[in-house]
Design a binder for this molecule. Structure first.
Ligand SMILES: [Zn+2]
Length: 279
């Protein structure tokens, strides 16, 4: 039980239970606010599921591409406003939509993807090299990449601190990490009992739920500087009602973020964090 474990960010062991689904509990650290699942599913259980996690029909893949398109374009522009084209790694590259975009923009790209379907698709579409092993097992050289990205991956990692430390190691000094993450806890807490009906944590797949404060702590623990969190666009789901909600919440959040000089980040909508490896 995590109740006996220390928080991965602040080492506290003082938690409150904020959500329950079957045997899974979501605990919030009373000191730093990080939300984590308890008990944690076994790494074997997770890796078996992720092998079949992606949609596999052509129609579903097209819908997925359309849904992710605004995030991909916005993230590409954000990266290019910070750093000239170089070598990029996308961890959890899925069908390679982001790798394809960046290659077209003149970047050298590589991916890591546990799903065989995702790897085959990416290799057939753009011929990019996609590794099947976890980041830690690939053993990239130090100071190797200009940019490392993780889209909707960080919440799935058993040990996000050590993964981000490894990301830091393989980045060149001054290199950029970009992490896109969901921010579900404010809705879960607001909805109370109702939140049991829409499983925002994708139980038991989201092992953590970050906030702007805890994501900053994570980046700091991993040795990053110049940590900046923005809204970074919104997805376009296929279902009309979901799409409308996403556009409305995402546009409002983006507008508030920009007009307050990135000081006010609307809770609950997904966010993008960028940070630099120390020069
Ligand atoms: Zn904590």
């Amino acid at each position: 039980m995590r109740y006996n474990n220390n928080c991965i960010l602040c080492r506290s062991s003082n938690y409150s239970l904020i959500h329950k689904r079957g045997k899974w509990n979501y605990l919030r650290c009373r000191r730093c606010g990080l939300v984590s699942i308890d008990p944690a599913p076994s790494p074997d259980q997770l890796s078996q599921s992720y092998r079949h996690y992606l949609p596999d029909s052509d129609e579903k893949i097209k819908k997925w591409a359309a849904m992710m398109r605004p995030i991909i374009v916005k993230s590409a522009r954000m990266i290019e406003s910070e750093i000239p084209p170089g070598r990029l790694l996308d961890i959890g590259s899925g069908y390679g939509f982001f790798l394809k975009e960046m290659r077209q923009r003149g970047w050298g790209v590589e991916g890591i993807e546990i799903s065989e379907t995702g790897r085959q698709y990416t290799m057939a579409e753009i011929g990019a090299s996609v590794h099947s092993e976890p980041l830690e097992s690939v053993a990239f050289p130090s100071d190797y990449f200009d940019v490392v990205t993780l889209f909707y991956v960080i919440e799935h990692l058993p040990d996000p601190v050590s993964t981000m430390q490894e990301v830091n190691r393989i980045l060149k000094p001054g290199g950029l990490a970009l992490v896109r993450w969901p921010h579900s806890t404010p809705i879960v807490r607001l909805a109370g009992q109702l939140s049991r009906y829409f499983d925002l944590y994708h139980t038991p797949y989201h092992l953590y739920d970050f906030s702007p404060l805890t994501i900053k702590m994570l980046f700091k623990c991993a040795g990053f500087l110049a940590i900046k969190t923005v809204i970074g666009g919104y997805t376009l789901p296929d279902i009309r009602f979901n799409r409308w909600c996403s556009i409305a919440a995402g546009s409002l959040a983006d507008w508030i973020c920009r007009t307050t000089g990135e000081r006010v980040l609307l809770p609950a909508v997904s966010k993008t964090t960028v940070a630099r490896k120390i020069l």
